[in-house]
Design a protein around this ligand. Structure first.
Ligand code: SF4
Length: 368
């Protein structure tokens, strides 16, 4: 992935963002055509595999346990349910399944073993598998890669300067470290931000500057419009104007010509015409399906209709990278062997105790 060498500083980006809209749109559409097939849109389905009860305090998120929202905490989904949902998403045109868990970070426990099995299973369906599970160590990244993970999503959300206004329970550097761990494991990176959280244009461009400063920018950059949810500190934020979304998509497209720019949360409040402008501005991916973790999203049918009107078609999987191989997970295998050995010991102990119990059953003498 490369960065457009014409844009080096935040000032350059702010100037680009403020270009007269029609000019900006034309420039972005031109860059888009030079690097992508403008009639193809990658469709990802986002599935919440573990909803709510998150200990973090992201000001926009209804899944944070500390905010009083309609989201009820649920346990991790079963591997079987995930497979069923993945098949449904694939049948509706999605080439990627992104599994999200409301965790601060991945823990090396049974839940993570189950996620490993989900990744193996969905990769087996010939879909690109993405996870968004919070902070991740390098060892955990290697395990996920080994299971067949294609991409890891970890958004920076906003600029480093504005970050503390949104989240206080972890640092910007923590986010950058997780992104590095994904990259080092050979996992494709999906990382972007949210606009409409009260940030300035400089903050929006500060987010893009964070990606410019990386060795290589993310393969996929989701641009979300805040969906204000009652009960969160951002409940009263104004809904983002479509023009702001178009400018943000266009600027991202021009600065990162090779990356996938993903039109993410906030599509339900956009008209068909507004979304068409975003595709024109270089959006090359959407999240499909009626829910985005816990916020509403257009139904598959609505997107089919929109694609027909605009003459767009869903992109096939693994066009931008090879399908990863799902290898055996050593830790799960070791645990299975230990469980089998324990089971065998117990069975032997039971057999021995039955063999040695030829004595007459003990008589219970009742007390007088
Ligand atoms: S955005 Fe993620 S980490 Fe932040 S509160 Fe929501 S679920 Fe937790």
């Amino acid at each position: 992935m490369k960065v457009n060498p014409a844009y080096k500083t935040k000032e350059d980006l702010v100037e680009l963002y403020n270009t007269p809209l029609m000019e900006l749109l034309y420039k972005a559409a031109t860059v888009h055509r030079e690097h992508h097939n403008p009639l193809e849109v990658q469709m990802s389905s986002l599935l919440s595999i573990k909803t709510g009860g998150c200990p973090e305090d992201c000001g926009y998120c209804p899944q944070a346990a500390r905010y009083h929202t309609d989201v009820n905490a649920q346990k991790l989904m079963s591997v079987e349910s995930v497979i069923e949902q993945a098949k449904n998403a694939k049948a509706n045109g999605s080439s990627r399944l992104c599994m999200g868990a409301a965790w601060r970070n991945i823990r090396d426990n049974r839940d993570f073993d189950n996620v490993i099995q989900m990744v193996q299973a969905v990769n087996g369906l010939d879909m690109e598998v993405c996870c968004t599970l919070g902070m991740m160590s390098d060892e955990q990244a290697k395990r996920l890669k080994n299971a067949g993970l294609y991409a890891y999503n970890h958004n920076l959300d906003t600029s480093e300067d504005y970050y503390d206004d949104i989240i206080s329970t972890r640092e910007y550097q923590d986010r950058l470290s997780t992104i590095d761990n994904a990259k080092n494991a050979g996992i494709s990176v999906c990382s972007g931000g949210i606009i409409g959280m009260g940030e300035s244009i400089e903050d929006r461009m500060g987010l893009l500057m964070s990606y410019i400063k990386m060795d290589t920018p993310p393969e996929s950059i989701p641009i979300n419009a805040l969906v204000p949810v009652e009960g969160t500190p951002m409940a009263d934020q104004k809904v983002v104007e479509i023009w702001e979304m178009v400018r943000m998509v266009a600027t991202t497209r021009i600065v990162f010509p090779e990356s996938v720019v993903r039109l993410s949360a906030g599509r339900t409040s956009m008209s068909k015409e507004g979304q068409a402008l975003c595709f024109m501005a270089g959006a090359s991916s959407i999240f499909a399906g009626d829910m985005l973790l816990t916020t509403p999203n257009p139904e598959f049918n609505e997107d089919k209709e929109l694609f027909e009107i605009l003459g767009l078609k869903p992109k096939a999987p693994f066009q931008d990278g090879e399908k990863p191989e799902s290898k055996t997970d050593e830790l799960i295998e070791e645990k299975k062997k230990k469980a089998a050995a324990r089971e065998k010991e117990l069975a032997e102990a039971r057999a021995n105790s039955e063999k040695n119990s030829d004595f007459a059953p003990r008589k219970v003498v009742s007390a007088k």
